[in-house]
Design a protein around this ligand. Structure first.
Ligand code: NAP
Length: 194
C-alpha cells in the first residue's frame, strides 16, 4: 500500500463558506487525497480584526460535519503566538508521520510565501496547492520546480469578506455557506457592527 495522501487546508475561515468546501473537494479529487484536514488559523498574522479563533473553529467544524473525507485540527488555534505554516505542517506531520502532505490554501496567500517564516523549510514538508478564483492570474512564487500547483475553483467567487459585509449591511447570505454556519453566525451575533 502507498503512503496516505493528506490535504492540509489552511485558512482563517472567517467564516468558512461553500467556496472553501468545494476547493477542498476539488483538491482531493485532483491530487487523489485520502482526507483533507481543515486547520483554522490561530492568532492573526499581519491582520488586525478577525473573529475569535474559537468561533472560527466551531463554524468550520459545523461546515465539515457529515463528510468522512474531511476532518479538522486544533494545532493552529491551540499553539500560542502567531500561526506560521511551517509549524502547522510540522505538527500535522508529527501526528501523521506516514502521510504525504498537500498544503492547500488561497493562491493569493501562497504567492506571498517568500515572506513567510522559514519558507525554505516548507518545501520538504508538503506539496503546495494554491486555489484561485476564476479570472485571477497568479504568479507562482520562487519555489523549487514542481513544488506548487494552482487549481482554479469557480465556486471561490464566494468570499468571506463579502459574507461579512453582507451580514453587516443586512443582506442575505443564504446558499453561500452551510445553513448550520448561518445559524451559528446569527445565534452568536457575529459580523455585526459593535
Ligand atoms: P487570507 O489573507 O485570509 O486570505 C487570502 C485569500 O485567500 C483570500 O481571498 C481568501 O478568501 C483566500 N483563502 C484563504 N484560505 C483559503 C482556503 N483554505 N481555500 C480557499 N481560499 C482561501 O489568508 P489567511 O487565511 O490568513 O492564510 C491562509 C493560510 O496561509 C493560513 O493557513 C495561514 O496560516 C497561512 N499563512 C502563513 C503565513 C506564514 O507562515 N508566515 C503567512 C500568511 C498566511 P476567503 O477570505 O474567502 O477565505
Amino acid at each position: 500500500m502507498g503512503k496516505i495522501r493528506l490535504g492540509v487546508m489552511g485558512g482563517t475561515f472567517d467564516p468558512v463558506h461553500f467556496g472553501h468546501l468545494v476547493a477542498a473537494n476539488e483538491a482531493a479529487s485532483a491530487f487523489g487525497l485520502d482526507k483533507v484536514i481543515f486547520v483554522p488559523t490561530g492568532e492573526p498574522w499581519q491582520k488586525q480584526t478577525i473573529t475569535d479563533s474559537g468561533h472560527r473553529f466551531n463554524m468550520t467544524k459545523l461546515a465539515i460535519a457529515g463528510n468522512s473525507h474531511f476532518d479538522i485540527s486544533r494545532v493552529d488555534v491551540d499553539r500560542p503566538g502567531p500561526t506560521y505554516t511551517v509549524d502547522t505542517l510540522r505538527d500535522i506531520k508529527a501526528q501523521h508521520p506516514e502521510a504525504e502532505l498537500f498544503f492547500i490554501t488561497g493562491a493569493d496567500s501562497i504567492s506571498q510565501i517568500g515572506s513567510w517564516r522559514d519558507s525554505e523549510q516548507i518545501w520538504p514538508l508538503a506539496h503546495l496547492v494554491g486555489v484561485t478564483r476564476p479570472g485571477h492570474s497568479l504568479e507562482v512564487p520562487k519555489s523549487p520546480h514542481g513544488a506548487v500547483s494552482l487549481l482554479e475553483i469557480p465556486a471561490l467567487a464566494i468570499s468571506s469578506t463579502d459574507i461579512r459585509a453582507r451580514v453587516e449591511s443586512g443582506k442575505p447570505i443564504d446558499y453561500l455557506l452551510p445553513a448550520s454556519v448561518i445559524d451559528y453566525i446569527q445565534k452568536n451575533n457575529l459580523f455585526r457592527i459593535k
